[in-house]
Design a protein around this ligand. Sequence first.
Ligand SMILES: Cc1ncc(COP(=O)(O)O)c(C=O)c1O
Length: 380
Amino acid sequence: MQHQSKLPNVGTTIFTVMSALAKEHNAINLSQGFPNYPSSKKLNNLVSNAMNNGYNQYAPMAGNLDLRLAISNKYQLLYKSTYHPEKEITVTAGATQAIYTIISAFVRHGDEVIIFKPAYDCYQPAIEVNGGKTISIQLSAPNYKVNWEEVASKITSKTKMIVINTPHNPSGTIWAKDDMLQLQKLTKDTNIIVLSDEVYEHIIFDGEQHQSVCLFDNLKQRSFITASFGKTFHNTGWKIGYCCAPETLMTEFRKVHQFNVFSVNHPAQKGIADYMQDTETYLGLNDFFQQKRDLFLNLISESRFKFQPSQGTYFQVLDYSEITDEHDVDFAKRLTKAFKIASIPLSVFNEEGKDDKVLRFCFAKTDETLVKASEILCKI
Ligand SMILES: Cc1ncc(COP(=O)(O)O)c(C=O)c1O
């Protein structure tokens, strides 16, 4: 049978490639973004309780109501922002599904979607499989600052959506209030939808505030927020997330969601809802990861890598330009094979593979792993 691929340029993701290489060479894996310590025992027990108490059949299409209430309360507590639990919040199979479904629900053939590169790798294929056109804006190391005049110049009558991500994977930078105000100004009086990927909202350092789209009234009216419990509760394998948006947008989202996923793992939703009754479960995350970032950076301060401390996410970008001028993919592979440490080269997230000579390291690891990894990095 002959068929023409809808995504001819898509291959295996760099995460799969680097994790497989790490396994093959028995390397410390700081490449893929997942913790190597357990999910909370209390949370695991709450999920088991939910199973034992009968939460084993389909959850409501939009998600377990206790969980939607817990999410709604979180937005009141953190941002004084109201999302109606019945109409404006939907639980999804991870943020990835929320992102895919948002794009599918709104992007038509020929619509333009602006994304900022380096970009998390699920945005572009989702746009293109739905017939949309990706308009990339390339940001540069080390600050990854947005030039808002450039953004203004890329907006056309075909711009359907702008995808943003703060705190930002892979760079570990965050957007300032002024960035959000600029975005609000540019999109005001347009029909542009903003997809705000906020999966790292609870991992932000040095006392900085997360700039959620829901803090900006006009922006909130046109925006989806996507979030991931896998990132917040250290269990990426559960694949539970959610999205929030004003009712008119959420109604369209659910038209697609109910026929592609219908509903998400019920006992995990109920367990997470009960766990979130203690707000420290998510409010304590900044301190937890700041300790890990600081440990990692102190340990590598004498190495030949240069860095600006990560401002958010559990990723640290390291500049290796004083060590070698090898291409970042080659260097990442060599580090994995010869030095037994795996990372992610940033060029794979860039427009036309732009190589800034930086690698991304995940510090959501036990302190013991971070110590071992740092010993290696100091020898390179
Ligand atoms: C920026 C960003 N968005 C979305 C996701 C996907 O989240 P989930 O695992 O909940 O699908 C990730 C996961 O790494 C991410 O880093």
